[in-house]
Ligand binder design. Structure first.
Ligand SMILES: NC(=O)c1ccc[n+]([C@@H]2O[C@H](COP(=O)([O-])OP(=O)(O)OC[C@H]3O[C@@H](n4cnc5c(N)ncnc54)[C@H](OP(=O)(O)O)[C@@H]3O)[C@@H](O)[C@H]2O)c1
Length: 285
């Protein structure tokens, strides 16, 4: 089996390539993993993408690319749609031509956040931001082009390969001894290493369709920050604030927690609690 990871220099992409090599290390016959960066393929160009994929002939393509700066998407609308929507479509078209299965990573920000409990796959998306709208358009394009896909909606990612909420909190805490964090955004912090394992579980068990996959449990960003400083033992005051206290370009959902029951029952694998994953990640910082 040949697995092509596109977006292999991103936070998730790099961890996925690394985690797959750890998983396959002990196996005699294992899949071949090909890591493609933006330098290898620009997914906004249809012909470039299809020629690249035709040359590699992968069995599975994992699309970890995105224009992920949620606020910048509001002012770079055409670039956001080019990567998140047209790019996803180009990969799906090329995958269909060569018979590859598409594993596409999407987001909790396709929801408007008004639900009082975690969102299931059957809930209606209603994105508030350009980022969410462009990611939803990518999902719909894939579903229109092929049946041979898995769309994984995940959330609040952090991991060793990019600055993220955890590292930002640690930097701010060291500088200022206090951090102000919103209490009215609820979600599911998710460790890229754990998501990578779930992606392999999905590939190896042959699942198809739409799945929500995050670490288990939900919290507010405020509770997440509190947990970070509880784990470091640093005396940093976490000050509760509201989203409305901050001016930012994009509207983000108040509750974007995802219900992952469908993934757990279909795969037989339950993601560990977000607190345990965070603790493990913080040991390598
Ligand atoms: N981060 C989160 O909290 C979060 C939450 C929910 C869902 N997700 C989803 O999870 C996935 C991975 O996110 P991430 O945070 O790992 O992203 P990331 O670190 O921003 O990485 C995205 C990668 O996409 C590449 N890329 C951008 N435009 C491209 C293009 N036109 N052609 C080829 N490659 C291109 C980037 O390369 P360059 O940097 O070289 O341009 C970068 O390596 C994305 O689908 C994202 O929507 C993320």
């Amino acid at each position: 089996m040949k697995i092509l990871v596109i977006g292999a220099h991103g936070m998730l992409g790099r961890d996925l390539v690394g985690q797959l090599s750890i998983i396959f290390n002990s196996k005699v016959s294992c899949p071949k993993v090909i890591a493609a960066t933006h330098g290898h393929v620009d997914i906004t160009h249809g012909s470039n993408t299809s020629a690249f994929i035709a040359r590699i002939k992968p069995d599975v393509i994992v699309n970890c690319t995105a224009f992920t700066n949620v606020d910048a998407c509001e002012t770079h609308i055409s670039e956001a749609f080019a990567v998140n929507a047209t790019g996803a479509k180009n990969i799906a078209l090329a995958g269909k031509e060569t018979g590859a299965k598409i594993i596409h990573i999407s987001t909790d920000y396709v929801f408007d956040g008004t639900k009082n409990e975690p969102y299931s796959e059957t809930d209606q998306p209603n994105p508030l931001s350009v980022y969410g709208k462009s990611k939803l358009e990518g999902e719909l394009a894939i579903q229109e082009i092929t049946n041979n896909y898995v769309i994984i909606r995940t959330a609040w990612l952090y991991g060793p390969h990019r600055r993220n909420f955890v590292t930002t909190m640690l930097e701010l805490g060291r500088k200022n001894c206090s951090v102000s964090v919103v209490t009215d955004q609820q979600g599911c912090p998710t460790y890229t290493a754990d998501l990578s394992y779930a992606i392999w579980t999905i590939i190896s068990s042959g699942l198809q369709g739409l799945y929500h996959v995050t670490n288990d449990g939900t919290c507010s960003r405020y509770e997440w920050a509190r947990k970070i400083f509880e784990l470091t033992g640093d005396q940093v005051a976490v000050l509760p604030v509201k989203t409305s206290d901050y001016k930012r370009a994009a509207n983000v959902p108040q509750n974007s927690s995802l219900n992952c029951t469908k993934y757990t029952s279909a795969s037989g694998h339950k993601m560990r609690p977000w607190q345990d994953a965070l603790e493990e990640y913080m040991k390598i910082l």
